[in-house]
Design a protein around this ligand. Structure first.
Ligand code: FES
Length: 125
């Protein structure tokens, strides 16, 4: 699996997103904070940078704590990105549309790994 180096971990502060082009795809990389709201224990996620509603770049949205569970129940371990245009919400880890998590609408997500302080993202061919 080919991972592309997109940036250092310091380039995306906790609770922020950045846009990158990876293997020809536009990708929104999010820095989910750890339990204390800072970088300690945090993680990074990557998703396609286009809202399925009307195509707004999700990297221009903002993060809110809590993801979406299977039944629409909040999942405290995740985080959602809120679309900047009409505020649809997507789980950063799974791409599920939190307003209807059992539906078919979702955004593509991509594997991320951290190596030597760098954020690496895999977008399949
Ligand atoms: S374009 Fe994202 S909610 Fe409308």
């Amino acid at each position: 699996m080919n991972y592309e180096d997109v940036c250092s971990v310091e380039e995306i502060p906790p609770n922020e997103l950045r846009a990158f082009e990876v293997n020809g795809a536009f990708v929104a990389v999010a820095h989910l904070p750890g339990p204390n709201g800072d970088a300690a224990g945090g993680t990074f996620t990557a998703m396609e940078d286009s809202c399925p509603h009307a195509g707004a770049p999700l990297s221009d949205g903002h993060l809110e704590p809590g993801g979406c569970g299977e039944d629409g129940e909040p999942d405290v371990h995740g985080a959602t990105v809120v679309c900047p245009l009409h505020a649809w919400r997507f789980d950063c880890r799974t791409g599920k549309w939190c307003d209807a998590p059992k539906g078919k609408v979702r955004v593509e997500t991509y594997p991320v790994k951290i190596e030597a302080g760098r954020v690496l993202v895999h977008v399949p061919d």
